[in-house]
Design a protein around this ligand. Sequence first.
Ligand SMILES: Cc1cc2nc3c(=O)[nH]c(=O)nc-3n(C[C@H](O)[C@H](O)[C@H](O)COP(=O)(O)OP(=O)(O)OC[C@H]3O[C@@H](n4cnc5c(N)ncnc54)[C@H](O)[C@@H]3O)c2cc1C
Length: 426
Amino acid sequence: MSNNWNNWSGHVTANPRLIVSPADAGELGDLIRTAPGPVRVVGAGHSFTPLVKSEGTILSLEKFEGLVSHDTGRHQARVRAGTRLGPLMHILQGLGQGLPNMGDIDRQAIGGALGTATHGSGPTLGAYHTQLETVQIVDGLGKLREFTKAGDQDMIHAIGVALGAFGILSEVTLNNIATYRLRRRKWVLPIADMLRDFETMMAAHRSAEFYYIPFSGYAQFIASDLSDAAPTTRPPEEDEAGLRTLRRLRTALAWLPSLRRRLILGAVAKLPAEDYVQDWLNVYASDRQTKFNEMEYHLPYEEGPKVLAEIIALTERHFPEVYFPMEVRTVAPDEFWLSPFYKRPTCSIAIHHDAASDPQPFMRAAEPIFRRYGGRPHWGKMHSLKAADLKKLYPRWDDAMAVRRDIDPRNRFVSPYMAGLFGIEQ
Ligand SMILES: Cc1cc2nc3c(=O)[nH]c(=O)nc-3n(C[C@H](O)[C@H](O)[C@H](O)COP(=O)(O)OP(=O)(O)OC[C@H]3O[C@@H](n4cnc5c(N)ncnc54)[C@H](O)[C@@H]3O)c2cc1C
């Protein structure tokens, strides 16, 4: 029987001996002890790096789904780690709770989103892992263990961002907030103005981000702020139609840059400004149908505009095939040892490449720019870093690796890719 597995973009493939979905923590523990290794856990398979790849066993937590318990006064909810963000939003809304922030999509499993430090945007808003109160894992010996922020904050900081290598999360308790409503606005402005006013514009909103539309000279700015106003209709999504236009112009005019720029400008001018009010769960997530591969680096906040200017220059000089907008966000600093936001206010810059063609030349050319400014890669997005590079970027690296050895003394969760990342001899 074939056990083919691939990630969302199709770039990472695996042919493990076993793909299996345990029903409970007992079965999960048995599999960790006895299944062919290495044992890698998958959430929704939306990472672009080979984190989940295994020729031994891929474990899916799709049966670890739903609410376990909640605390209304504290706005806390304990959920099974395989719960997808989409259903999670609705569970929380029903409890009068909301996630403080979200990324672009709601397809990930909460365990997978935590595993790579998945984030949204907002200078005072942390990534999902900063919501962790309690973590229940099954360790590399198949034993159930639980850690709480109140009882053992260091362990929460060590295993909150853990790439599926510090035990398998079975349940987590999240600190949420009371349900809320957002006013979301979108408008277009020249990229030169955006870069000049970066700090004031990004800081002026609860959540702000922007997309640079390549070969246009323009950015689309998106701002979200708390609102008590009555909900209004969310306009239909234009992202996929916009992408189709950008791809058509790329294909027809890649080697006629000035005509391409003029036609893109025409399309950008037609982008409708957006302004609506909705409950939090109807605002953050978009539909992403066109497959791509992505690199995202997390940079010191103040370096963002300089780095983006260099990435734009590189793209427009050497990579006419690129048409996906570049995404720029901010993330609040935190204390998690393997968090790319560790003790650092962050500007995140993401570049994308159509999944139908080889992303490597573009990614390889862009990566040295990100690295020159001290960028830390998104764990779930393309990068080429190995243990020796990563250790320099993470002050608590050695402490984190010691915790990993304690949790997984038999290296059950260590695939060749993970061995390279963590510097483990196999
Ligand atoms: C279309 C698209 C949009 C995206 N948008 C954003 C965005 O806005 N912001 C952002 O930061 N990222 C974004 N990403 C990246 C994505 O959020 C991360 O790669 C995330 O980790 C994927 O979640 P997943 O459930 O698919 O996890 P997987 O990719 O399946 O797994 C990710 C890691 O988590 C581990 N893991 C999964 N479940 C568990 C568990 N129960 N216990 C322990 N470890 C576990 C895996 O072993 C692996 O190491 C996007 C990706 C795509 C494809």
